[in-house]
Design a protein around this ligand. Sequence first.
Ligand SMILES: CC(C)(COP(=O)(O)OP(=O)(O)OC[C@H]1O[C@@H](n2cnc3c(N)ncnc32)[C@H](O)[C@@H]1OP(=O)(O)O)[C@@H](O)C(=O)NCCC(=O)NCCS
Length: 306
Amino acid sequence: MSAGQYGPAASLAADRRPADPAAWAYLLRCADGSLYAGWTNDLARRLRAHRSGQGGAKYTRSHGGAAVRLAYAERCAGKSEALRREAALKRLSKSEKEQLAAGWAARSALTLRMATPEDAPAVTELYNWYVTHGTQTFQYEPSTVEEYRQNIAGVLRAAPFLVACTAEGTLAGFACAHPWHTRRAFAWDVETTVYCDPGCVGQGVGRRLYTALLELLRRQGYMNAFALITRPNPQSEAFHRALGFTRYGVEKNSGYKFGRWLDLGYWALPLNPPADPPAPVRLRLEAEEAAQVLRRDAPAAEQRIL
Ligand SMILES: CC(C)(COP(=O)(O)OP(=O)(O)OC[C@H]1O[C@@H](n2cnc3c(N)ncnc32)[C@H](O)[C@@H]1OP(=O)(O)O)[C@@H](O)C(=O)NCCC(=O)NCCS
């Protein structure tokens, strides 16, 4: 930047790191126990189509529709690989499919817990994937591990910083909350954030994290959760709508990244009824109360582990 200029050089389309287009081969467990094989480029949207009977498959419609659930998911490097894997899944015997489903369920069982500074390398790597490949965040430059170490410690002083880890110990996603504004009058408001590993999207990780995060914030006495969502980001918009947020505004052409102007959507979710005057926010919940919330949404098998 030369004297008299303001700000960084614009990020251009060529600055975006290329990523394989999202594609999945999957198995669904139907109401009668049978396993249906399919492929998709959007797991969450496809699951909804199967469950609603609109745009799903004839087989799932006639085998329990709304009750179908994900039994296996495999991220593939594009549509042709996903189609190949779908055909291979369809050729498997029932017991081979059951084996795959059992292995996937064991590997992807989630543990939710508060982050520690030792989580900073994994959290930084996950977040930086979106910084360098996508427009979900307006950030141009990758974060450093030290920045995230401080970020985790800073968040935990007044709000949860949650991580979801698989049984193999890898990070499936994280969710946290920051102060919405610094002035005292905003002390009851937070901005919430959630990012899942690209290999884990559409499998319920985000819902587990946000459900727990929002409940913890509610118990702490926060009034409002706000989320800032780049447009376009239909996945995050559908997700926030599903979790109860509503959009109350859009800033047009608010940011420029990877060679395009992007809008910014403002979303809100009231967490508690407005008490007058409000009690101060509890900066920390008792460890047992927080643990109860983190356990609450876990499937029965995981509740025993937690
Ligand atoms: C947005 C994100 C956090 C959602 O988490 P997720 O684990 O993929 O979402 P889930 O599988 O938990 O979906 C929960 C609900 O959201 C909705 N949803 C999620 N993705 C969707 C999609 N692609 N299309 C339609 N609905 C979707 C569904 O209603 C789903 O309902 P269900 O629980 O009844 O199936 C995750 O996809 C992600 O990390 N995306 C990239 C980063 C990002 O955009 N972060 C947010 C920045 S504002």
